[in-house]
Design a protein around this ligand. Structure first.
Ligand code: ADP
Ligand code: MG
Length: 623
């Protein structure tokens, strides 16, 4: 396609708003000038898309068989960049209308704002339907040669150096479509280098669904998979696409490909990687979903499209309803984006729910890697809480080691009359099962969820309840457990002696405990430490102790003693016979109970005390 300007050209003034805009564009030193190419490619792709649609609906001309494509010719001697498309083209009237005026009031507002601020965010330019003018960021002169696809249309030429006026006239010998020739400014000559241009295309326009050629070589080899019918895409293609887009070495763990028409038009392709890189010390993950509008990249690693707790998800969301080139700031408070985020997030969680039913083992693999993110969501995001709660998994006293249960599993086998859901924290299953907290529940046949990470306790404390059943930490005081049918462990200490013993304990321990009392729940252990503040579990306290070493003992503690345990019974008599030894033992009972709770105990004092107790035990033997 070539063309020469004819006699009969007219010089026209730009509309005042266009002049204003050009003034800013031409004179601003803008760092992201490369976006001009995205804008021109996006216009070319739009024109091709429109032509394709028109020819499908057979309203356009026929007979002219040229491939639908975009070609870019670079001349690094003349410093020109020429971009040609075989799309709809424009008539003279359309040229005047489209490239000489700005119709939207919203765009005028944008220009007014641009003029006001020092930091000119020209990245917004496409969003306001004025992307074409970004060509003047890099070009001192722009020539547009174009011929409309409408039958009988004449070719025309539009030329401007971006200052005040443009000329328009007829042009001979043009094929269908548009050719835009940029005479590059001196400081923008990098844009006549093939490497530079190819890089920009790969970054912004890889998935434009028409071939983009640079000096004859096609650059965008990968197709926009997400707009294809998912029945026609092979697993291998998904894997290749994933690898290409995210520089991954292996395939994804999951992929979700879906389309929606209402209320928003969405084509999305989401991936869950195999590994959680945050766990490998790579630091906090950046958002991993790119936002497209009709296959044109609007924002890479878009922050607004998924909630933060889904930052491990990679992929593409394409929505025709999103304006091109929406900025990060606009993204945050756009109602449209919020609706899109809600829809995509909801669909993704539904997908996970389906996977957890269909293939629980695979879901367990997912959970072990990425469950931490869903917990983060469950603790922080009210919008999706109900969906997230259903996705949570735990080990429990009723599960086999390594096997996971859902809260629904738990509630489905709750005992008659059981009102609450019990959980207990501990470093490992072994720790929990060896400690004193589980025995009361075991003896009563109650299932207890095991939480190994403090975040679990934060989540459950935050959720408060599931299906109207309250979450209760087994280390909290004041749990109402059903009475045991048969008391075990022999005769208890008589009431008066126990009262005296408890008082004596309290005197010795002083402020370290809020209360010392009889335990109704212990079976095999002599003592247990419980929390008066039900929301503050021991594992949460551990975290706080780790952050602040001075916190000593946190939250009000209750020490419960087992009146049937031999150690407690003997201590009652030893209290008078050998007050010194009794005191050391009482203090050690308390420290042991705190150790069982996973709380930090000052080791030096404890070791010395144990030596004293051992010494006294040995001395007793010698007599
Ligand atoms: P937007 O693309 O948001 O409408 P632009 O400033 O990028 O705003 O383009 C203005 C208009 O110019 C487009 O809407 C389109 O009608 C027309 N146009 C620009 N480039 C082309 C092209 N390559 N082929 C056909 N029409 C074009
Ligand atoms: Mg545009």
């Amino acid at each position: 396609m070539s063309g020469t300007a004819q006699q009969g050209s007219q010089t026209k003034e730009f509309q005042a708003e266009v002049k204003q805009l050009l003034d800013i564009v031409v004179n601003s030193l803008y760092t992201d000038r490369e976006i001009f190419l995205r804008e021109l490619i996006s216009n070319a792709a739009d024109a091709l898309e429109k032509f394709r649609y028109e020819s499908l609906t057979s309203r356009g001309e026929s007979g002219e068989e040229v491939p639908l494509e975009i070609s870019i010719e670079l001349d690094d001697k003349e410093h020109t960049l020429t971009i040609t498309d075989t799309g709809t083209g424009m008539t003279a009237a359309e040229l005047v209308e489209n490239l000489g005026t700005i119709a939207h009031s919203g765009s005028r507002e944008f220009i007014r704002r641009l003029g006001d601020t020092d930091r000119k965010d020209l990245n917004l330019i496409g969003q306001f339907g004025v992307g074409f003018y970004s060509a003047f960021m890099v070009a001192s002169r722009v020539r547009v040669l174009t011929r409309s696809y409408r039958s009988g249309a004449e070719g025309c030429e539009w030329v401007s150096d971006g200052i005040g006026t443009y000329t328009i006239g007829p042009a001979e010998g043009l094929g269908r479509g548009t050719k835009i020739i940029l005479k590059l400014k001196e400081e923008a000559r990098e844009f006549s280098e093939a490497q530079r241009i190819k890089g920009i295309i790969r970054q912004y326009s890889s998935f434009v669904p028409f071939p983009i050629k640079v000096n004859g070589e096609q650059i965008n080899t990968v197709q926009a998979l997400w707009v294809r019918n998912k029945n026609e895409v092979t697993g291998e293609e998904y894997t290749e696409f994933y690898k290409f887009l995210f520089n991954a070495y292996d395939g994804p763990l999951y992929h979700l490909h879906f389309t929606a028409d209402a209320p928003l038009s969405i084509n999305a392709l989401l991936f869950v990687p195999k590994r959680n890189m945050e766990r490998f010390g790579f630091g906090r993950l950046e958002p991993g979903v790119n936002l497209y509008c009709r296959k044109v990249l609007i924002q890479q690693q878009s922050e607004g499209i998924l909630p933060e707790w889904l930052r491990f998800v990679r992929g593409v969301v394409d929505s025709e309803d999103i304006p091109l080139n929406i900025s990060r700031e606009t993204m945050q408070d756009s109602a449209l984006l919020r609706r899109l985020r809600r829809a995509v997030t909801g669909r993704f969680l539904k997908f996970l729910q389906e996977q957890s039913q269909k293939d629980p083992e695979q879901y367990a693999v997912f959970w072990n890697e990425f469950g931490i993110f869903l917990k983060e969501g469950a603790a922080s995001d009210y919008t999706h809480r109900d969906d997230l709660v259903r996705l949570l998994r735990f080990e429990s006293s009723a599960s086999e080691p390594g096997k996971l249960i859902s809260l629904a599993d738990y509630t489905s086998r709750m005992k008659d009359g059981q009102k609450d859901i019990y959980f207990i924290n501990g470093l490992t299953r072994e720790h929990i099962e060896a400690g004193p907290y589980l025995e009361a529940f075991k003896a009563r046949g109650l299932e207890v969820i095991y939480t190994y990470e403090p975040v679990d306790d934060f989540v459950l404390s935050n959720l408060m309840e599931y299906e109207e059943k309250k979450f209760r930490s087994a280390d909290q005081a004041g749990l109402e457990l059903p009475a045991l049918e048969a008391e075990s462990g022999g005769e208890p200490l008589d009431a008066d002696s126990f009262k005296a013993l408890a008082q004596w304990f309290k005197e010795i321990l002083g402020e370290k405990v809020g209360e010392v009392r009889e335990s109704t729940r212990l079976v095999h252990s002599p003592a247990i430490v419980l929390n008066l503040d039900g929301m503050m579990t021991s594992s949460m306290q551990r975290v706080m102790q780790a952050v602040n070493k001075d916190l000593g003992s946190l939250g009000q503690k209750v020490l419960e003693l087992n009146p049937r345990h031999n150690l407690i019974k003997r201590l009652s008599s030893l209290q008078e016979a050998d007050p010194n030894l009794a005191r050391n033992i009482a203090e050690q009972v308390f420290d042991n109970a705190r150790l069982s709770a996973g709380l930090v105990v000052e080791p030096r004092a404890m070791v010395e005390r144990i030596y004293r107790i051992m010494e006294q035990a040995l001395a007793g033997r010698e007599q």
